[in-house]
Design a protein around this ligand. Structure first.
Ligand SMILES: Nc1nc2c(c(=O)[nH]1)N=C([C@H](O)[C@H](O)COP(=O)(O)OP(=O)(O)OP(=O)(O)O)CN2
Ligand SMILES: [Zn+2]
Length: 118
């Protein structure tokens, strides 16, 4: 069973190794979807939505929201940001009954990256 929670954060970046308009400093309102896969526990939950929110807030949003991403992630494309988020969350979301399944990062409503650890 898959359980997903949706988050939003705003951040600025410039893609230094990219030749085009995204070389210049600009920002996005990112939509982040974190999906956990597993089986239900005694409480009937794969993972408590509130716990998922706390972990993502502490590990990701408190760092990335309203940040200049280049200070945190080298060449912060949606692909590289997704991998960084995966690496921050994978161990924190590993349980007997579930683990991290997918990161979906929407840079715009049309530009989306999905990462499942490979
Ligand atoms: N594979 C990737 N390609 C691009 C990335 C990326 O992270 N991965 N990033 C950018 C720019 O940073 C940015 O996303 C471009 O955004 P925007 O100009 O808003 O994109 P669109 O022109 O497609 O605008 P829409 O409103 O979504 O149509 C570039 N490429
Ligand atoms: Zn951009």
């Amino acid at each position: 069973m898959l359980v997903k929670r949706v988050f939003n954060f705003a951040a600025a970046h410039n893609l230094i190794k990219y030749h085009g308009k995204c070389e210049s400093l600009h920002g996005h309102n990112y939509r982040l979807e974190v999906t956990v896969k597993g089986t239900t526990n005694d409480e009937g939950m794969v993972i408590d939505f509130l716990e998922l929110k706390k972990i993502v807030k502490e590990e990701v949003l408190n760092i990335l929201d309203h940040s200049y991403l280049n200070d945190i992630i080298e060449q912060p494309t949606a692909e590289n940001i997704s991998m960084w988020i995966w690496n921050k969350l994978e161990k924190k979301l590993k349980r007997k009954n579930c683990n991290l399944y997918e990161i979906a990062l929407y840079e715009t409503e049309n530009n989306i990256v999905y990462y499942r650890g490979e």
